[in-house]
Design a protein around this ligand. Structure first.
Ligand code: ADP
Ligand code: MG
Length: 447
């Protein structure tokens, strides 16, 4: 009945074809014991990071679908196929397949970032139109497409939308989405011959049809990375491959950008995204309400749209916060509750203070986990490490003491915090790509 369950999930949750193929088809029932269903994830197909994502995003919907179809409640557990047969997964063919799919950039696309879920307003209609045009005819009109705008205004969302769209039109198209941080790290690793070689690195980035490189501002000033990117850019552009770049500023305002790169960035089309106006903020909240299956009082929506203005991530976060608080307090969502939930977010002076909460939000997003994970006692590796990074950055960027930091993150004592910080510090020393990651995170927190 597995097919039926997946089909149900697809329809009930309006899962798009791309998401369905990417995340749900690679799932298989591994075993059913009493009330526990173990679902295996074909990580050769979609990479080992997918487990976290799938259980978070589809865990509950899947449970509901199973209950509906089987008429019985089950608990769910996910495992990676490579963990079932470690020997097999380590074989070269398997890792080659992971490579192939990572080359497609597939595992790095958020299934929710599509054109369908992108709300178009006066603030972003040009960027949206240009993105759609490029998605429809890659390398034919605007090359490169350069999208710029402030934090949380939808650059990444648009880039993923383009990638999804192109893959939907042509599943064989070699689409690569990468953050400039990852590009840098991979370059560093290839130079040190960790995991890859410089030749492999070049092949990887030059044998593709579409390159999307997000947050280019983080390679500015890194000379060897800029140099490498320059050559990648030229190779792709000469062979008529589409390049899409995002940045927080337009090329002309990136003061330290090498002239030759700047002029190349301006070869194609440069479009901006501005902060949304009130109507667009309302429309985005409505869209989120619909996607999350919520029903929120209109007054509350108006309250959020009036007060959270300059960042769509915060706009969405505000809604999530209110819903969470209402569940916690078992109170209905109304304006009073909204005021309480948002009192930290809506401060009279709009200056951003560096708080542990801010640091944790940035880190959670970066590592593709939730802030709640970092606050929690959960010790699994994929959460423990980002948490240690959070401890390290809280110590560096705030005045909080070790024991304060420990209290915030799952009530740990100060020695645990100290240990975490030491670990991150020693990693930074021995691993230049870790150093780059910390640098990027610091800039994201404190631009
Ligand atoms: P950026 O990359 O510019 O920092 P993101 O693309 O990560 O911003 O967007 C932040 C959040 O806001 C994401 O959850 C994204 O889905 C949402 N978002 C941004 N713009 C829109 C839009 N026009 N319609 C719907 N959601 C949006
Ligand atoms: Mg982004």
């Amino acid at each position: 009945k597995w097919d039926e369950i997946l089909e149900y999930l697809k329809i009930e949750h309006c899962v798009t074809d791309v998401s369905f193929k990417t995340w749900l088809l690679p799932l298989k029932v591994y075993s059913v014991k009493d009330n526990l269903i173990t679902i295996s994830i074909d990580d050769k197909m979609i990479g080992p990071d997918s487990k976290n994502f799938i259980s978070r995003k589809y865990g509950i919907p899947l449970k509901v679908a199973i209950t509906e179809i089987m008429n019985q409640n089950f608990d769910l557990e996910f495992i990676l196929e490579s963990q079932i047969e470690p020997a097999k997964a380590k074989s070269t063919t398997a890792s080659a397949e992971v490579n192939k799919n990572q080359k497609n950039g597939l595992s790095f696309l958020n299934p929710r970032y599509t054109f369908d879920t992108f709300v178009v307003g006066a603030n972003n209609n040009l960027a949206h139109a240009a993105s759609l045009a490029v998605a429809e005819s890659p390398a034919e009109i605007y090359n490169p497409l350069f999208i710029y705008g402030g934090v949380g205004l939808g650059k990444t969302h648009l880039m993923h939308s383009i990638a999804h769209y192109i893959l939907e039109q042509n599943a064989n198209s070699k689409v690569m989405y990468v953050t400039s941080e990852k590009f840098t790290n991979e370059l560093i690793e290839s130079i040190r011959n960790v995991n890859t070689t410089p030749t492999e690195f070049r092949e990887k980035y030059r044998n593709i049809d579409v390159l999307l490189i997000d947050d280019i501002q983080f390679i500015i000033g890194k000379e060897s990375t800029q140099e490498e990117f320059f050559h990648t850019f030229n190779t792709l552009h000469e062979s008529k491959k589409q390049i899409i770049i995002s940045s927080d500023k337009p090329p002309k305002d990136i003061l330290t950008l090498e002239e030759r790169l700047r002029s190349r960035f301006e070869w194609g089309l440069t479009v901006d995204i501005q902060p949304p106006d009130y109507e667009t903020r309302m429309a985005i909240l409505k869209k989120k309400e619909e996607l999350d299956g919520l029903q929120i009082d209109n007054e509350v929506m108006k309250y959020i749209a009036t007060n959270v203005k300059s960042n769509i991530r915060e706009l969405e976060g505000a809604l999530t916060k209110i819903v969470a608080l209402s569940r916690l307090k078992k109170q209905e969502v109304n304006v009073t509750l909204a005021e309480e939930a948002l009192k930290d977010l809506i401060s009279p002076d709009d200056k951003k203070q560096i708080t542990p909460a801010l640091i944790i939000d940035v880190i959670a997003e970066h590592f593709n986990i939730t802030s709640t994970d970092i606050y929690s006692v959960n010790k699994s590796r994929n959460i423990a490490y980002p948490r240690q990074v959070a401890m390290y950055l809280c110590r560096k960027l705030t005045d909080f003491s070790l024991s304060d930091i420990g209290k915030i993150m799952g009530n740990r004592d100060h020695t645990t915090v100290l240990h975490g910080i030491d670990k991150v510090e020693s990693n930074i020393k021995k691993d230049p790509s870790m150093q780059n990651t910390i640098e990027v995170l610091t800039k994201k927190i404190n631009p």
